[in-house]
Write a protein of this length. Structure first.
Length: 312
């Protein structure tokens, strides 16, 4: 099965009451851990690459890694997606370079400018058989080059979504309902709560249309503890409760983005390995258990959070 777009998988997810996992990839071990889990769970998957990942690992290397995963996992649909494309040129480069889906993030721009930029990307992408995700509203937090202060975040305004989707022609829409990028999503001592009223109003105004949630890592406390017990310093790292993500997946949310959880699993495992084996220096020895923990984390997300296990 070649790389696919997200169109068919989103339609199935919307009607089936589950969401597709969109996992960020940066290197071979992360790609392997994610896709091995999806292969075993027979789950569709979106492998997404940020501008920062392209700068770190090189566009060609990342595309070839994903193409290798397609060969190794021929029975599951895989999308190669650009996460947070900052401009038309980056989106065009990814469309021309083999991606099957791109996100144009002009959410920091005024409404009409966001529409203008998004529409230009949509026109080029659709000419080349590629689908487009856009964004309304802004999430706080830090992810690669996306940096938004807490006071500058804004919830999506449901009264704008119909006009935005109609005028841009985008294929899916990322909305802001209280998720946040990074591992420090909420203040310690507060009870995290997503704005389901905003989600359901958007759903009502866009019947049958796929919604996307960014910044949806749950920040597993076992990995935060593992990091802190092995030389790290991550006090107050808190994520989105998984039961709220599962509730969102039962609605119009068809794509849920997860990045920080993978980083925590990898970093925690490597820190623990180095602490327990100070004499070791072979990267294969510490990357192997890190890959295994990424795989188990993704299997848990597929089964218990996204509900997409067995849906390939």
């Amino acid at each position: 099965m070649p790389l696919v777009t997200s169109k068919e998988m989103f339609a199935k997810a919307y009607n089936g009451g589950y969401a597709i996992g969109a996992f960020n990839v940066n290197n071979m071990e992360i790609v392997q851990g994610i896709t091995e889990a999806c292969k075993e769970e027979h789950a569709p998957v979106i492998l997404q690459v940020s501008k920062g990942a392209r700068a770190y690992a090189n566009h060609t290397y990342l595309v070839k890694l994903v193409e290798a995963a397609v060969i190794e996992c021929p029975d599951i649909p895989i999308v190669l997606h650009l996460d947070h494309g900052p401009d038309f040129e980056t989106c065009k480069s990814c469309i021309d370079g083999g991606f099957t889906s791109v996100m144009i993030d002009a959410s920091s721009k005024p409404f009409d400018e966001n529409i203008e930029i998004t529409r230009r990307v949509v026109e080029y992408a659709h000419e080349h058989g590629v689908v487009v995700e856009a964004e309304l509203g802004t999430l706080s937090g830090i992810e690669d080059e996306v940096k938004v202060a807490e006071g500058c975040a804004s919830y999506t305004r449901p009264e704008e979504v119909e006009e935005f989707v109609t005028r841009t022609g985008c294929d899916s829409l990322a909305i802001a309902i209280g998720t946040s990028h990074g591992a420090y999503k909420f203040k310690p001592g507060t009870k995290p709560q997503l704005r389901f009223d905003v989600l359901h109003e958007c759903e009502k105004r866009l019947p049958g249309f796929p919604i996307v949630l960014h910044g949806s890592s749950s920040v597993p406390q076992e990995y935060v503890t593992m990091i802190n017990e092995n030389g790290g310093a991550m006090p107050g790292a808190i994520g989105v409760p998984e039961d709220q993500l599962r509730e969102a997946a039962r609605s119009a949310v068809c794509k849920i983005n997860i990045d920080s959880d993978l980083r925590l699993a990898m970093t925690g495992t490597i820190r623990k390995f180095f602490n327990e084996h100070p004499d070791k220096f072979d990267p294969r020895e510490y990357l192997k258990p890190a890959r295994a923990n990424i795989k188990e984390l993704v299997r848990h997300k597929l089964r218990d959070v996204l509900g997409c296990s067995g849906k390939a």
